[in-house]
Design a protein around this ligand. Sequence first.
Ligand code: SAM
Length: 254
Amino acid sequence: MTNEKIKDAVKARYSQIAERREQSCCASCGCGISPITKTEAIGYSREDLECIPEEAAMGLGCGNPTAIAELKLEETVLDLGSGAGIDVFLAATKVGPKGRVIGVDMTKEMIDKASAIAKSNGYTNVEFRLGEIEKLPVDDRSIDVVISNCVINLAPDKAKVFREAYRVLRTGGKFSVSDIVTERALSNEIRNDLNAWAGCIAGALEQQQYLRMIKEAGFVDLHVLSNREFYVEDSNNKEMVKLSSITVRACKRE
Ligand SMILES: C[S@@+](CC[C@H](N)C(=O)[O-])C[C@H]1O[C@@H](n2cnc3c(N)ncnc32)[C@H](O)[C@@H]1O
């Protein structure tokens, strides 16, 4: 299975979700539940949801990276895989009108949707850029905080994503993400299942490997701040697979 094939499948799934032709069923939150209920279940407070446009909360995340990012007024924030923009809009309220938030996503329909929400709600400090998180359309050392929510598991080359996050951060910059990891290696059947890739399962790394890659990119002060376990059915082997949704914070010190 090539990286391009995986990316095409992921893009196809999220373009359909953006246009509401398919329901969101990302691994950690399940199907058949309203987007707002899902969003509250993964760590957003009522107050968080009240200060962002409702259409941005599509229930696609697996945590709330803005809750651990300690965002300050006037900071510049970058969201990797911004989707419809939930964390971009939340961060925008925290950094204020003199701050700036950039969302990057490889799915054009998501960028179009988030940009339309920003426009119709009068946001002046947010921007959405079409691009891949493995090759960020962002200058070196231009960002104070990188956030991401349930996206890095979808990237076939995660080491590249962590190196790119490190490149764009200023010295002292923070990296605060929510993502899906596993306790042990997934079966080859799952790894080769494109639906499981798009559903945030097949691309999940073992937690230790995930954390090691973040350190290898150069980050220090690495902490896992929360860990929520859940199970999904491996339909190939008719058994349950244990996954975890974790939030991680690290820092660029150099
Ligand atoms: C599970 S959704 C999460 C969206 C958003 N972070 C949220 O919490 O609502 C994953 C998003 O990441 C984007 N994505 C996946 N892989 C990507 C990559 N390699 N580069 C850029 N965007 C990517 C998808 O297009 C999709 O919008």
